[in-house]
Structure formats: structure tokens, C-alpha cells
Write a protein that binds this ligand. Sequence first.
Ligand SMILES: Cc1cc2nc3c(=O)[nH]c(=O)nc-3n(C[C@H](O)[C@H](O)[C@H](O)COP(=O)(O)OP(=O)(O)OC[C@H]3O[C@@H](n4cnc5c(N)ncnc54)[C@H](O)[C@@H]3O)c2cc1C
Length: 498
Amino acid sequence: MQVKDVTEADVVIVGAGNAALCAAMAAHESGATVLVLERAPEAEAGGNSFFTAGATRFVFNDIAELREVLDVSEEEERTVDFGVYTAENFFDDMGRVTQYRCDPDLTETLVGHSRSTLAWMKGKGVKFEPMYGRQAHKVNGRFKFFGGQVCAFWGGGAGLVESEHRIAKALGIPIRYETAAVSLVQEAGRVVGLVAESGGRQSTIRAKAVVLAAGGFESNAEMRARYLGPNWDLAKVRGTRFNMGDGINMALRAGAMPCGHWSGAHAVGWDMNAPTFGDRVVGDGFQKHSYPFSIMVNADGERFVDEGADFRNFTYAKYGLVVLQQPGLFSWQVYDAKVTPLLRDEYRIKQVTRVEANTLEELAHKLEGVNAKAFLRTVEAFNAAVRQDIPFNSVIKDGRCTEGLPVPKSNWANTIDTPPFQAYAVTCGITFTFGGIKVSPQAAVQSVAGAPIPGLYAAGEMVGGLFYFNYPSGTGLVSGAVFGRIAGAEAARHARSL
Ligand SMILES: Cc1cc2nc3c(=O)[nH]c(=O)nc-3n(C[C@H](O)[C@H](O)[C@H](O)COP(=O)(O)OP(=O)(O)OC[C@H]3O[C@@H](n4cnc5c(N)ncnc54)[C@H](O)[C@@H]3O)c2cc1C
């Protein structure tokens, strides 16, 4: 039988990104028959998960726990400082960056299952690698990791999606591409299937349980303007063009409770001239995340944010909004030769909006759209305010700050005086939306009446209540994996109970 002819399954999963495929693997492992529906064509499969660097975050208290996920050689154990990342660290990071709004039960599930879920994926054939290029610097000849995040899925998002699709294929899990879920079918309140559309034709697919893992509404300009506010329709979309909010809207129409930060989104500084949606070749290369070592200036030639407020892991996801709020919706990141060796790999791609100059005056005139005189005044005032008595150290919050400026820089402040100078133009790139639907720690979708909607589960970006205002880097994939795995297993359990 061809995949397109499969019209029923115990568990139907909507989406074929990371959360969906973790749900598919878990439901299959629990003995259910599984069908995956994916709106995108196969050539654009993998949702936002494909576009990621694959960075991930999980709890490990020692090298033995780290090894449950990451293969660390004896040589690396001797020569690399991986640090530890305790459950308390993960809780603190989630609490602090979300202004203590993250749902405690969901957060506990995320933190508590982070390592075991990634180890489960490893057991299925997914591989991991250390993130030397982005999360470590050499200190006295030894790599030291910072920011609580040490590894990534092997091959980044593309590698992760390729592995998951290979595993699903080997398990015989059918994926129907170019097939969009349109609405849920309910009988006496229970979800018993859905209506799907393919090639302009609609059909009903019967299921004992449905897992929604169809992403947020970041790709939908109308919903962005409606929920996030003015100018969000003009943001660049960092990833897939297919996350139109379908899963969230379907769940709401079925009576699900809206939950989380509906006017909030993960958004970063993203190359000014990047395309409207993600580019599958460049991936996340349009991001520009070395800004803690820069000054960022707007069209008025002024600084507008504390570039060094924290490690970039804990500020990058909220600084896209700050750039969106600037006149003209752009900013330039300015570096001098003292710090350019620290720039991340994404600064060396060929599709980059970059200028270079040997004097600050020359640079000022190359910063398109910026008031040159005001920029030079800003640099002068900034240079005079740097606490040069505090040593610079890129792998700790060094406290090397400015004094007396209206917009302070709290760490990694260096004078901008050593040519050649480089500058990079960024605008706002939206990653994913924070608002979604309410689920229990068992990934069961909750109704507005506060009860589970029988037969309906959700995972991934669609889950509301985890992220508010901000987000600790590397949490999206592990969150999708944790709740995807739970959703798949719970959906299979529900199917068995009928
Ligand atoms: C550029 C970029 C870099 C990132 N880097 C990282 C990182 O390094 N680490 C990290 O943890 N997170 C990262 N993220 C965030 C991460 O991508 C997401 O948190 C995660 O991938 C979400 O997984 P998901 O399965 O919920 O959604 P997705 O992977 O987006 O999957 C949703 C799927 O649903 C499909 N779909 C939508 N509507 C329908 C419908 N009606 N019917 C059927 N299918 C539908 C979509 O086509 C898509 O394939 C990054 C995101 C981007 C865009």
C-alpha cells in the first residue's frame, strides 16, 4: 500500500519536525500504528528543526552523565573543561530569562527528562557532537565551555532531521508529505481523527489519538501583526515558511485553552538582507550572535541596549525585538580588530552584510542609514566610559563595564580604537512564537474548561507556558523531544485503552 492510501492509524501525528518525529518514534515503540502528516513537500521537510544549529541543553552533573548523551573521548576529558549543568542551573536559567513566569510543572518535566530523552534519542541512532565553535573559547590553551550548553545534534538541524527521518523509515512509519491537517474530528468531545488536505482535495483520516506538532505561527505575517504587534509583519522568518499557526488554530477550534505569552516571540539579530523565509543552504548563518563583544548602533547613531548584559545564550532571543523597535528596524554591530578573532563562524559566510574600514570616520560613512556624526560621538563617549582597569575575559561574565553612559554595557566592554573596524547590519529575524495551547505534563491538551480533550496531545513550539519574553538557547529542540516523546507514548496508551 502506498503512503497516500493510508487513511487511518492508532496515532496520527501532525508535522514532521523534531517534536513530531520524537512522538512518532515513541508511539511506535509503545506498539501503536502511526501515520505522520506533513504540509511541506519532502524537499522542504523538517520544519524549523531543519534550520537549527542543533544546539541543545540538558542536565549533567559529571562526565559520566554527559557521556550518556555525548561521546567524550579520554583525550577530550583530559583537555576540555565541559563544566556541569545541574537541574538547579536549568531551572534558574528558565526562571530568570522568563521573569519567573514559566509553568513550573512543564519546566520540571522539561528539566527532569532532558538527559534521559536525549539519551533515548541516542539509543535510536541520533548522534551528538561538542559545540567547540560556538560555545567554547580557549583559555590558557584549554577549551572551556560557557553558558551551560556544550553539545549539538550531529550535523546540526539538517543532521538531526536526516537521522530522525532515516529512523522513521527504518521503523516503517509512513510520512505523507504535501498533506496539511485542516481540522480535528470529534465525537462526543473525543478526538477521533482529522480532516486533511492534499492536492486541493480533503479527506478524513481516522485515529484513536492525534498528536499536534505543527509549530507556532511565526511564518504567518497576519498572525504576527495581530498577536505580536505592529511591524512584526515586517520581520524576517528565520526558518520554515510552513508554520502558519494551523495546529494552534485547530486545537483552539476544538476547545483547547490558549496559554503562554501570545504577544511574545523568540527573535534575534538577523542579516539585514536575508530572504523573507529561511534558506536551507545558509541555515542559521544569517544570525549574528557575537554582539556581546560589539557596540550596536541604530539609525540615529546611538546605542540602545546593553550588549553585554549576559552571555549571548541568555540575551539573543530577546534582542530581535529590541532591533525591531529601532527606527528603520535595523542596527549595525561594530567591532574593532581586538575582538574580531572572537567572531563566530556565521560572520564568515559569503551572504553577509558587512563593511570594513581603517578609520572610524571612514567606517561612519559606510554604515548605511546611520547618522555618521552621531555615531562618532557615540564611539567617543563609549571609549571614554570603558573600565579599562577590569581585565577582559570572554568566557566569564567579566564585569568589564562602562561607567556613566545612559545605556550601560555590563560585561566585555572594550574600546573601539584598533583598525581595521568591521560592522554588520542586522534586522529582526523571528524564530518561533511563544504563545500556544495548554498541555499537561503528560502532553494532553487541556480544554477551556480545564479538563483534557480526550485523544488530543501536543508538543513542540505549539505548547504554551514554557517561554515568556526570552528563552535559554538550545531549549527548543530538547523541549520538542521531551514533550514529543511523552505525547507519542501517551497517545499510544490512550489508543490502547479504547
Ligand atoms: C534558524 C533557527 C535556528 C534555531 N536554532 C536552534 C538550536 O540551535 N537549538 C534549539 O534547541 N532550537 C533552535 N531553534 C528552535 C527550534 O527550531 C524549534 O524550537 C524546534 O525545532 C521546534 O520543533 P517543532 O517540531 O515544534 O517544529 P518544526 O520543526 O517547525 O515542525 C513543525 C512541522 O509542522 C509542519 N506543519 C505545519 N502546519 C501543518 C499542517 N497544517 N499539517 C501538517 N504539517 C504541518 C511544518 O511544515 C513543520 O514541518 C532554531 C530555530 C530556527 C528557525
